[in-house]
Structure formats: C-alpha cells, structure tokens
Ligand binder design. Structure first.
Ligand code: ADP
Ligand code: ZN
Ligand code: MG
Length: 647
C-alpha cells in the first residue's frame, strides 16, 4: 500500500509556477528583426533574377508535332539544345491560321522525354543539314545551388534568433516584438469574475465586502476619516481559490486589477524587480481606485537575510521596494494591495506589520457544503446524467481543494467523452475520483505471486483498520496498479477533525504496519513494497516522541530538529538543542513505538487469519472491493470511537 490515509499536506511547499515570461521592453535590449529579413530579401531577389535569365525562351514556344512537320519540310535553320529545352531558328517563318498567334523568326521547344535521344530525330537533323549546337544547363545548376544556400541561410537565421531569445530572459516571440515597445506591462483582465463565481468561502467574502465597498465609493470613507487596510493577505493551501478570490474582488468592485506573480519580480539582474515594483505601483496610482494583486508573494517576501542560494540581494531589494511603496501611499489614494501565499510562515515580519499586510484572511479547504457549492459551479456547463448525486460526490471528497474538485469534474467529463457518452454519469465520477486520488491506472502484467502478495498486503491494512476503532473506516481496497503503487487501501477520513489523540496515532501506526505484517505472516518474508509504509510510520512515531511529548521516557518536551523546511535556510542555522544522549533516547523510543505497532498488527492478523484469507481472495477475484463488500465478508466493523459522521 502507499496511501491509506489521504491527508493532503497542509503546508506543502508550493513553488511559484513558472509563468510565461512577462513582456518588459524597456529594460533589456532586443534583437532587431530587420537584419535577417533584409538578408533573406536580397538573396531571394538574386535567386529570382538568376532563374529568370532569359536563357531559354528565345521565341514563342511551338508544339512538338508542329516542329516535326517543319523539320520534314526542311524549314529549320538552326537548333540549340539546353537540356530538355531547345531554341531554334526557322529558315522561313511558317504561316499559321489567323486564329493563332503569329510566329517570329526564332522559336523554342520543349522536348518530351522519349524524344530526347530519339535516333530518328538525330538522323533527320543530319539529313536536313540543320546546324545543331548544345549549351549546358549551368544556369539551372547555379539556381539550385542558390536555393541550397538560401535554405542554409534561413536555418542559420532561425538558429540565431532562438539563441538570442534564450539568452534574454524577458524575450518575447520573434514576431511579437514588432512595434510593441510601449506595451502595457500589467494588463487589466477583461473577463470579469465576481463573487458569484466563487462558491463557498462565505467568511472570506464577507471580509472582502468592506474592501469592495471602499473601492466603489472611497469618498464616503475618506470623509469620515476611516482607514481601510491597505494590504490584505490571503493565506491558504494551493488550489483553495486565493487567486480566484482576488480577481473576484476586483470584478465585484468593478475596478482595474493589476496582477503580478511574486516570481516575476525576480530577475537575473539586480534592480529589475525593484523597478518593476515601482512601475506597478505607479500605474496603479494613476488608475486609482484599483487593486494590485501580488500572487505567491512568498517568492519575494521571505524573511530577509535567510536563504541559501544566491539571488537574495535581488529579492531583498524588491521586498524593500514593496514595503516603501506601501508606506508611501497618500491617504487619498484608493489602492488596495492584495497578496496571496500558501506559506505565511516564511513571510518577513516587516510585511505583516500594521500599515502593510495587516489584514489576514485564511482560506480553508472547503467543508462538505462548500464542496457541493464548488461542484455546482464547475458542472454548470457539464450535462449530468440522472444518477449523479453531487451531494454524494461532495461527501466522498473530504480534503479536496477547489482546484481538485474542478479537476475531478473535468476528469469525469473526459472519461464520458472517451466512453462516447453524451452525459456524465455517476460511474464517470467514480473513475475520476479514483484517478484523482490514486493516480492513473497502469497497464502492467504482474505475476501470480506478485498479485497475491499485493492482495495480502492490502488485505492486511484493511483488516487492521476493521478491528481498530480509532482509525478511519475502509472506503475501498484495490490491487489495480495505479500511480506508483501496486495496490491501495483507501480510508474515509472524518470530516473536519481537529483533534488527533495519542491512541488514534498508535492505531494508525499499527494499521500502516498491517501490510508488511501480512506479507510476513503468509509468505514468511518482507517485500520492498512496504518502504513507503515504513517511512510514513517512522515519521509519525518521531513526531509523537519529539514534538508532541507522547513518550513517557522523554516527557513533555518539543525538540525542534529543523527538519521541517531545511530549504528555507531559516531553520538550518538552528542548532540542535539537545544532547547526543537525548537524541539516542528519542531514537530508542521511536523504535519502541514502531515495534509495538508491528507486533500489534501481527497479533491481530494471526488472530483473524481466516478473515485475512477471505479479503485477499476477494481481492484477487475482483481486484477491487469496497466497504459494503467487506461488510458482506466480515460483518460490521468494530464501532468507531469519537466519530461524528457515520460511514
Ligand atoms: P490558489 O490561487 O489558491 O492556488 P486558484 O485561485 O488558482 O487557487 O484556484 C484554482 C481553481 O480552482 C480556480 O480557477 C477555480 O476554478 C477552482 N476553485 C477554487 N476554489 C473555488 C471556489 N471556492 N469556487 C469555485 N471554484 C474554485
Ligand atoms: Zn502498504
Ligand atoms: Mg494562486
């Protein structure tokens, strides 16, 4: 198993996504496109000139049969062969019917292929005593050479441009740089998003309503001397709709929206970011009332003086510029600065102090009701079959963010398209749910032994969670290889659980150990497939001992080991604050916790060996079983403790 208890990481680092490079014409030199175009033009003209040299048609072209007749009548004075082309001179200009074009003294002719080395033609020419000359077709050859050269030059030109563009970080498309030197850098978005597009998040919307009111009629506030917070920080995990909410705030107030990503400030050259900040605020002030939105502000707003790699000079300058711009607002200027981040913990305290981003809005993952609302927003354009119950979907997607729900709907629609249906059915949602949660199916042929080992492994997880009342109930068990896993036991976590007790964690560890214990019990060996399980269990045990004071031997102390965000540089300077001895004790306690959990798991499985066999048999037969199937096999599970919703 790999994923038995899906808990989306709360503060997983969310690196700023790479954005398409921002246009920035005035800061960096840009290659002129005119040079190569001129060059290509010249070469083309030359080439045409070469091809048009009148080496071929010295007179009107005549038909091959007509030429034969004239040759028969001994009316040809002279012929010059140039490849398949022949130029000639009549002895006497032949008469043609009035309807046709008059012929002149010379003529040209194109020899059809079979006539090229026609012996009869040669004989007749000799017989009639025609003067025959031959010219080689060098000009044509020259033309070919020119074409080759042209191609080569063209390729060189393209290569040259690609090179230039990759050196210039703010480069734009080759053609795109025409006449756009004065292009707007911070575009106002055209399509209006309003609060109606944002489902749920009532609390956040409520807090932003005041801002909207202010932007709509700033004078009302100014008159009373009321101060509106200049800076609002939206905090929440990725995909919870921060960007969406910021855009909707601007749309709701009907004011311009200047948006920039934090990472766009960071450039190769020190000072570019600061100058962009200056520019952004300048533009905003000219367009007030308006909203400035700095997305993923943690990219610039990290604690100053920290950070490992280079580049923090630029970041500090940029951040300082933002701070001083925010301080420099006049009381009459109605510019609101919104910022979003999923790492509020790393922000520089100076950013958060009063007068700057002092209003904080936390955006949580949606509740069941919220998920239903969000789903409703995203199925607006999706034709649903009658058997789809969105409330059901919402209930089974605990922990999903808005973005994940959107993805779920989209995957379901895609599956419906793939199966050639005109409506999205409940089955599509089911497939999509599995795919989003556990990754795409892998087409893999496993040996009988591998399958059976996987089945027992997953059955082990499932059975232990069946018998331990503190862990979440089993939702589904599969041995269909997906993502990185050969099999998955999926538990149904409880809605909005804030309290995690010690007992629950011990049970959790035992459940995680269940897969491995089953392998040992049945096959008398461990497999490498349990690596993920072990990692998870170990990390849980370590936190219990060192952070949450759950070991009697260690006692109520939190030992920070700076393990959490080593890449921040902030914690890396924090020396370990405990002795070697304590470290040793911690390790021993962690080991004891893990051993206890493993023993508990083995014991439970040995006791219920028949049930273990039954589950794995069902798995091998059906590949996938759910809660109801398990109830049929084993009867009702042990009643859950402290569970507010029944599963
Ligand atoms: P964040 O900026 O917090 O990472 P986004 O604002 O980019 O997340 O959200 C990603 C997408 O998820 C949005 O474009 C939207 O389609 C969807 N989404 C997130 N939250 C909601 C919501 N409350 N209502 C409707 N759609 C949402
Ligand atoms: Zn496992
Ligand atoms: Mg965002």
């Amino acid at each position: 198993m790999t994923d038995s208890d899906r808990k989306p990481p709360e503060s997983s680092p969310h690196p700023p996504k790479p954005r398409p490079p921002q246009r920035d014409d005035d800061d960096l030199p840009r290659p002129s496109p005119w040079g190569p175009i001129l060059l290509i033009g010249v070469v083309l003209t030359l080439l045409l000139f070469v091809n048009w040299r009148p080496f071929n048609s010295s007179g009107p072209e005549v038909d091959y049969n007509f030429f034969w007749k004239q040759l028969d009548a001994d009316n040809i004075a002279e012929l010059t062969f140039t490849g398949p082309l022949v130029n000639g001179k009549w002895k006497k200009v032949p008469e043609v019917p009035a309807s046709q074009k008059k012929l002149s003294e010379t003529f040209s002719l194109r020899l059809p292929d079979p006539a090229r080395d026609d012996q009869k033609l040669a004989d007749l020419l000799r017989e009639r005593d025609v003067k025959v000359k031959a010219e080689d077709s060098a000009p044509a050859l020259f033309g070919q050479m020119m074409t080759g050269t042209l191609l080569l030059l063209g390729m060189l030109a393209i290569f040259f441009f690609v090179m230039r563009r990759s050196i210039d970080p703010a480069g734009t498309a080759f053609i795109g740089s025409f006449g756009r030197a004065g292009a707007k850098r911070f575009k106002q978005t055209d399509q209006r998003t309003t609060f109606a597009d944002v489902a749920a998040m009532e609390q956040a919307k409520l807090e932003l309503t005041e801002i909207v009111d202010f932007l709509k009629s700033p004078d009302k506030f100014h008159k009373l001397g009321a101060q509106i917070p200049k800076g609002v920080l939206l905090m929440g995990s990725p995909g919870t709709g921060k960007t969406l909410l910021a855009r909707a705030t601007a749309g709701e107030a009907g004011v311009p929206f200047f948006s920039m990503n934090g990472s766009e400030f960071i450039q190769m050259f020190v000072g570019v970011g600061a100058s962009r900040v200056r520019d952004l605020f300048q533009q905003a002030k000219e367009n007030s009332p308006c909203i400035i939105f700095i997305d993923e502000i943690d990219a610039v707003g990290r604690v100053r003086g920290a950070g490992l790699g280079g580049g923090h000079d630029e970041r500090e300058q940029t951040l300082n510029q933002i701070l001083s711009e925010m301080d420099g607002f006049q009381a009459t200027e109605s510019v609101i600065v919104l910022a979003a981040t999923n790492r509020p913990d790393v922000l520089d305290p100076a950013l958060l102090r009063p007068g700057r981003f002092d209003r904080h809005i936390t955006i949580d993952r949606p509740t069941k009701e919220g998920r239903l609302q969000i789903l409703k927003v995203h199925v607006r354009k999706v034709p649903l079959a009658k058997d789809v119950d969105l409330a059901d979907v919402a209930a089974s997607t605990i922990g999903f963010s808005g973005a994940e729900l959107k993805n779920l709907v989209n995957e379901a629609a895609l599956h419906a398209v793939r199966s050639d249906r005109s409506e999205v059915t409940a089955e599509d949602f089911d497939v999509s749910h599995d795919r989003v949660l556990m990754g795409a199916k892998r087409e893999e042929i496993l040996t009988e032994h591998e399958r059976s080992m996987t089945a027992y492994h997953e059955a082990g997880h499932a059975l232990i969670s069946w018998h331990l009342p503190d862990v979440d109930p089993v939702h589904k068990v599969t041995i269909i290889p997906r993502g990185r896993a050969l099999g998955v036991t999926q538990l149904l976590p409880e809605e909005d659980r804030y309290h995690y007790g010690e007992r629950r964690m011990h049970s959790q560890m035992a459940m995680i150990m269940g897969g491995r214990a089953a392998e040992k019990l049945i096959f008398d060996e461990y497999s490498a497939g349990a690596e993920d399980d072990l990692k998870k269990a170990t990390s849980l045990a370590r936190r219990m001992v060192a952070h949450w004071g759950m070991s009697e031997l260690i006692g109520p102390v939190a030992f920070r080991q700076g393990e959490e965000h080593p890449f921040l540089g902030k914690e890396i300077h924090e020396a370990r604050e405990f002795s070697e001895e304590t470290a040793h004790t911690i390790d021993q306690e962690v080991q004891r916790f893990l051993n206890d959990a493993a023993n508990k798991a083995s014991k439970l499985l040995t006791e219920h060996r028949d049930q273990l066999d039954a589950i794995s048999k069902a798995l091998l037969k059906n590949e996938s079983i759910d809660h109801a199937d398990m109830v049929k096999l084993l009867g009702e599970p042990v009643p859950r403790t402290s569970r507010s919703v029944s599963a």
